[in-house]
Design a protein around this ligand. Structure first.
Ligand SMILES: [Zn+2]
Length: 311
């Protein structure tokens, strides 16, 4: 069904249906990925970018300050004061999706919150006490099936230990201020290197989390549709969405000569940081690419990196 295959592999019907875009997976049919480790879905680029970030000389100082000030606790309390905690008797649909998604990724249940905000977004927080917060706008935008992808994505961030660096990143400038290392406008090379390394890593971390979203939705169709819904917006016109056209658009973006890799990184830094889930068009293509490598199919067949104790 696709005119273009990643890497020219020409993969033929990896799931035997001859079509990439199939119907959503019912929960009863979802595979539980017992003992799965985040190594199964964390991309090499994510790992390398994190290693690079961890080598930035200023990072240990910034991390120490993060803990010293107690930002993690502040974030937790602030989130709790502004959101409704979901449970079996409070938005049980959302809680059930969380529970089932955790079962798929074989991980403990983080706390789940919903908060009234029309700008569609979601985030994972809490280094010591992980939680996921969904804004009302995103729940209104997505179907229940698509929420499996979204919650799987956030669980991926938690499972891959992205939350620590995301939390530090959220207050990076404040931390640099506290340390007297405020960048942008100064010539503090150390701060600039840290900010650059952070944004590059956080971009890569999104690709890894999208893979986790797919592992939970267990339907490329659902995962890509959730990206379209988030990018476009109106659930009222969801029936008019065109997945093939969206993926063509994603490929055109990827192939755009005028927007080279550096340009994309710069734009991400300028605009992407205002969203916790930036560059959805690009990410949809990256996710499809990963799927076409056969990695997803191997995981579904039980061939995946496992946690040490589960090996
Ligand atoms: Zn994310």
């Amino acid at each position: 069904m696709l005119g273009h295959r990643a890497g020219g592999q020409g993969l033929n019907a990896p799931f035997g249906t001859g079509c990439l875009y199939t119907n959503p997976t019912a929960m009863a049919d979802r595979k539980l990925l017992t003992g799965i480790s985040s190594d199964a879905f964390v991309s090499d680029a994510d790992r390398w970018a994190l290693e690079k970030l961890q080598k930035v000389p200023l990072l240990p100082l910034v991390m120490r300050k993060f803990y010293e000030v107690g930002f993690d606790r502040w974030f937790y309390v602030m989130n709790m004061s502004m959101s409704v905690r979901c449970g079996p008797n409070q938005y049980p649909t959302l809680h059930r999706i969380l529970k089932e998604s955790c079962a798929v990724l074989d991980m403990p249940e983080p706390e789940l919150y919903i908060t009234n905000n029309p700008f569609p977004n979601a985030f994972a927080g809490g280094v010591e006490r992980p939680y996921i917060t969904l804004r009302s706008g995103i729940v209104d935008n997505l179907s229940d099936e698509q929420l499996y992808h979204l919650i799987g994505h956030e669980l991926g961030h938690i499972k891959a230990n992205h939350v620590l660096y995301f939390s530090v990143g959220a207050v990076l400038f404040a931390l640099l201020d506290l340390l007297g290392k405020r960048t942008l406008g100064t010539t503090d090379v150390a701060s600039y290197a840290l900010v650059l390394a952070y944004y590059e890593w956080s971009r890569q971390a999104e690709f890894s989390a999208d893979r986790a979203g797919l592992l939970v939705s267990q339907s490329l169709t659902t995962s890509l549709d959730s990206q379209i819904s988030l990018t476009a917006g109106p659930s009222r016109l969801r029936h008019e969405q065109n997945r093939e056209a969206f993926m063509d658009q994603a490929r055109a973006y990827q192939d755009a000569d005028t927007l080279d890799q550096i340009g994309k990184a710069v734009l991400f830094m300028m605009y992407g940081k205002t969203f916790t889930h930036p560059m959805p068009v690009h990410r949809a293509q990256e996710l499809e690419r990963w799927y076409l490598t056969g990695a997803y199919e191997r995981i579904m067949n039980g061939d995946y990196a496992r946690l040490a104790q589960a090996a």
